[in-house]
Design a protein around this ligand. Structure first.
Ligand code: G3H
Length: 256
């Protein structure tokens, strides 16, 4: 039965990999939405996927969320020295609870693998005026430049409506997102079923053009209810590596 299970997961991995043209897909058994143990396995697999693309002299931009927090928990120092590498938050993230903010996760990851980190102390969601004044601050400018030049991006994927709620977006914006068919949120952008960006948050840090230039984009998300969101982000077409769970993978494959 073990062999069969492994074979089944390998089959799911390959179907998803070819359908979306990815370099690598990892599927862990179970449903991370209902099983904390599966969520940990997802984190462990995510940590392994991240280390496999690091070379020792990287800037890694990381997003927030409970899944990325699990990834950080499972990072262990690799054989190669990562002293010359840096972890940075993908964007400003004050607003989410501290444990799952990108700053917390970036610093946690760096400490675990012996790399450096820089933080970006700006809110998740900015008003136009605040954005304008922050973007010209020299200290913030430096770290934002570093984030935008990241070689690796590791990020979570959220259901659009759930993330809109978690980020406390105004009712009118939530309604607009619904009308636009937003299914996914990732790195501050909202995507529809075709992977088209329908909304972006005014936030400092990584932009879509930066994501397009990075060498490795690693997405980590699981749970049956995230299948549509994962599909939407994969359709956007910038993903290289996907780490997910069986529940989400089965649902994604069903829709292919
Ligand atoms: O942008 C996506 C979210 O950060 C995902 O959060 O891992 O807690 O579901 P989560």
């Amino acid at each position: 039965p073990v062999v069969k299970e492994i074979f089944g997961l390998a089959n799911l991995e390959e179907k998803i990999r070819t359908a979306y043209g990815l370099c690598k897909v990892v599927v862990v058994p179970g449903d991370s939405e209902t099983s904390p143990l599966t969520k940990k396995e997802l984190g462990r697999a995510g940590a392994k996927a991240l280390l496999s693309v690091m070379s020792g002299n990287d800037v890694v931009a990381v997003t927030g969320g409970t899944t990325l927090a699990e990834v950080a928990e499972h990072l262990t120092p690799p054989n190669v020295s990562l002293k010359q590498s840096w972890f940075v938050p993908a964007r400003g993230g004050l607003g989410e609870s501290l444990e799952i903010q990108a700053n917390t996760i970036a610093s946690g990851m760096a400490k675990r693998v012996g790399a450096g980190y820089r933080l970006l102390h700006v809110p998740d969601l900015l008003g136009k005026e605040a954005y304008e004044s922050l973007v010209h601050d020299p200290n913030i400018h430096d770290i934002v430049e570093m984030i935008r030049g990241a070689r690796i991006v590791i990020h979570g994927i959220g259901d659009a409506m759930e993330m809109a709620r978690r980020r406390k977006l105004e009712d009118s914006v939530v309604e607009e997102l619904q009308n636009q068919g937003a299914l996914a949120e990732s790195y501050g952008y909202y995507f529809d079923n075709n992977g088209v960006v329908v909304h972006k948050m005014l936030t400092l840090g990584l932009r879509l053009e930066d994501i397009m230039r990075t060498d490795h984009v690693v997405g980590i998300a699981g749970g049956k209810s995230k299948a549509k969101a994962i599909h939407a982000v994969l359709k956007f077409g910038q993903e290289d590596v996907l780490v997910t769970d069986e529940a989400a993978a089965e649902e994604i494959v069903r829709e292919l």
